[in-house]
Design a protein around this ligand. Structure first.
Ligand code: SF4
Length: 472
């Protein structure tokens, strides 16, 4: 097996997020090098006497066949390509890539020292490293987690992985503004589990599609600020027509929901006149209106089990969730060929690699994953099911196969346990479109509003109400 490395990325000049992202892309394209882990991004006060802006720091885990010296030269070349001058020691930098640690013998050579000589003194390195490898042994014999507990001072603030580059103080200001505005406008703020950490932290309720739907239906607020994607806001509008539903980012759509269309579904229904249509909540209002009942990943098994045995079942749009429900219920179904592009980035090799890297950890994946990924996991759970599973299971460490935002939710809801993302590619770009600034702007303007035409709403309502009434 190729050696496992941890690299530290830092940037405090220019578009810091872009520099981290560009460095990450370049590292991932080095010959026979695979990025196997990616920490959250941290906002860090600079060390030393030079006056300069705060850094963004992140730790990347890779496996590579490159020898240490070759990896050092390759990372220096990346720095050069990104415009880094290496002369200004301790000064501001647009990009800094450090070799922190690898699973080989210690190296002390000119210009190359691994493990990094200051690794154990630096909170901005230890915090992100602890996310990926808390039990890693450092040169002193301490684990990363133990070394972190001994570091004093040093202001470090965790941001969501690679998605929000606002300064910590800006985040707090925006959160305060949004909360105050929410009170003033009598708005309830709902956020899906896949939203950015700082958006989740300000929401009145964070949850999965089913939980959020229930919350939307039960709330007596005048405005629902829905931090999620379009079909979720539409579902809220179906359930609560008397309220204004605001989606902060009108481009936040779900590609899976767009894979099923009214015309195609009508044709399939015509070909199977005795079939009942079960539609995942990730569908448009128009598709819901053609469905007998909706479901979420949390209650899909119960929903399908509720369909009389003598009826066929058409399941839309997710073929992976459908296949998993078929396996659980033993019920053959006609599956629509849709899928979630984010969950389909998770591959069987990611599970195999995680088993080697975290031998004591449980692997928990979402049913939107490919069937072979689900089959290789210890548990297949909806996002709400993941929280329950990780809380109740005796294991202390979990590898999570779903969208990256779920790691923050688990860290909040199940403190004291360690969570790793199965693959850093599992980031839904649509979910990340909503930022605090956009949420504030949208609530202030009470726009963009999500409105479902009444004729479609009434037809969709029956399917959605059946979903809400069926338990997990
Ligand atoms: S994670 Fe997948 S299913 Fe969820 S909104 Fe993104 S694309 Fe759609």
């Amino acid at each position: 097996m190729s050696p496992r490395w941890f690299l530290g990325l830092g940037s405090n000049l220019g578009d810091r997020h872009s520099f981290l992202a560009a460095a990450l892309r370049e590292i991932g394209s080095l010959p026979r090098t695979v990025v196997t882990g990616l920490s959250s991004v941290y906002l860090t006060d600079p060390v030393g006497k030079v006056e300069q802006p705060p850094f963004l720091n992140q730790v990347v885990e890779v496996t590579t066949v490159l020898a240490p010296r070759a990896l050092l030269e390759a990372t220096q070349e990346i720095e050069r390509r990104l415009g880094r001058e290496r002369s200004e020691r301790w000064g501001p930098r647009n990009i800094d890539i450090d070799l922190l640690w690898y699973d080989g013998p210690a190296i002390r050579e000119a210009g190359l020292e691994v493990p990094h000589p200051r690794l154990e003194e630096r909170r901005f390195v230890l915090e992100p490293l602890a996310e990926l490898a808390p039990h890693l042994r450092l040169p002193s014999g301490l684990t990363v987690a133990d070394a972190l507990a001994r570091v004093r001072g040093q202001q470090v603030r965790r941001l969501e992985a690679g998605v929000d580059m606002a300064h910590g103080s800006e985040v707090e200001e925006l959160q305060q503004e949004l909360r105050a505005l929410g009170r003033e406008r009598n708005a309830v703020i709902l956020a899906h589990n896949y939203q950015r950490a700082e958006v989740q932290d300000v929401a009145d309720y964070v949850g999965d599609s089913l939980g959020l739907s229930r919350q939307a239906a039960a709330s007596d607020a005048e405005i629902i600020l829905f931090c999620g994607v379009d079909f979720m806001a539409e579902t809220a509008a179906i359930l609560a027509p008397d309220k204004k539903v605001v989606l902060p980012e009108s481009r936040a759509c779900c590609p899976m929901a767009q894979m099923v269309d009214v015309e195609g579904l009508e044709q399939l229904k015509a070909a199977h006149p005795r079939a009942e249509v079960v539609s995942y909540v990730n569908t448009s209002a128009a598709v819901k209106a053609l469905s007998h009942v909706c479901c979420t990943s949390a209650n899909a098994v119960a929903v399908v089990a509720s369909i009389p045995e003598d009826r066929e079942v058409i399941f839309t749009p997710d073929r992976n969730l459908g296949a998993w429900v078929q396996k659980q219920t033993g019920r053959p179904m006609i599956l629509w060929e849709g899928f979630c592009p984010t969950h389909e980035t998770i591959q069987l090799e990611d599970v195999e690699s995680a088993r080697q890297r975290f031998p004591g950890a449980r692997v928990v994946v979402h049913p939107e994953c490919l069937p072979e990924v689900s089959a290789a996991a210890d548990a297949v759970e909806s996002t709400s099911g993941m929280i329950r599973y990780c809380r109740e299971d005796a294991a202390e460490e979990f590898v999570i196969g779903t969208e990256a935002g779920m790691i923050h939710r688990l860290q909040m809801d199940v403190p004291g346990k360690v969570f790793h993302l199965l693959t850093s590619s599992a980031v839904c770009p649509n979910m990340k479109l909503t930022t605090l600034a956009k949420a504030v702007k949208a609530l202030r303007a009470e726009s963009p509003l999500v409105v479902v035409p009444e004729e479609i709403r009434l037809k969709a309502l029956a399917a959605v109400e059946r979903m809400v009434s069926i338990g997990r």
